[in-house]
Design a protein around this ligand. Structure first.
Ligand code: 5GP
Length: 174
């Protein structure tokens, strides 16, 4: 087992819960009367998606996708490899990609381009966190929880070396 990091809370659980509920209300209103296919990007977005989907009042189907970027672990290369593809067909569906965090934007950009080729009826993205200062491609999430500074965050699904995903708050190193 690794030495635990010394962490402080950046966004407390109550604030996350309130924001996720508001996002859920917004998405429900925007998709009223339509069926939504949530494409949850593993593993980071699993916790966020689990909370978000319980605030959706429209008919919703959940599916999961897992990608990894080639290259070093610290700098995203922009080349993305599928570790797990969707089980659902995207064609003709209203698709919402659920991400944990948009950093350089390369992952989300790749996913949008890839899913667009599968002919969805509509395709938008939703992310809990955004670090716009790090962006390398011109991309804006359609639904956004919080904008943060250039900090490495863990908790509420986000990891460091696969640890800390289970923390209820979003934290940073002290
Ligand atoms: P992008 O392709 O936008 O650079 O990278 C997005 C992915 O990088 C996220 O889905 C997440 O897995 C990882 N990532 C980016 N910033 C952070 C961060 O501050 N904390 C953690 N735990 N992962 C991050």
């Amino acid at each position: 087992m690794e030495e635990p990091l010394s962490l402080r809370v950046l966004i407390p659980r109550e604030e996350i819960a309130a924001r996720v509920a508001a996002m859920g209300r917004q998405i429900s209103a925007d998709y009223a009367g339509k069926e939504l296919l949530l494409v949850v990007v593993l593993r980071g977005a699993a916790v966020f998606a689990a909370d978000l989907c319980r605030h959706l009042t429209t008919q919703t189907v959940l599916d999961f996708i897992s990608v990894s970027s080639y290259g070093s672990a610290t700098s995203t290369s922009g080349v993305v490899r599928f570790l797990k593809d969707l089980e659902e067909s995207v064609e003709g569906r209203h698709v919402l990609i659920v991400e944990d965090i948009v950093d350089t934007g390369l992952t989300l950009n790749y996913l949008l381009e890839n899913l667009r080729t599968r002919k969805p009826a509509s395709l938008v993205s939703c992310t809990l966190l955004d670090k716009p200062s790090r962006r390398r491609v011109d991309i804006q999430p359609d639904y956004l929880g919080f904008t943060i500074d250039d900090l490495f965050v863990v908790g509420y699904g986000l990891d460091f070396d696969q640890y800390y995903r289970n923390l209820p708050d979003i934290c940073v190193q002290r």
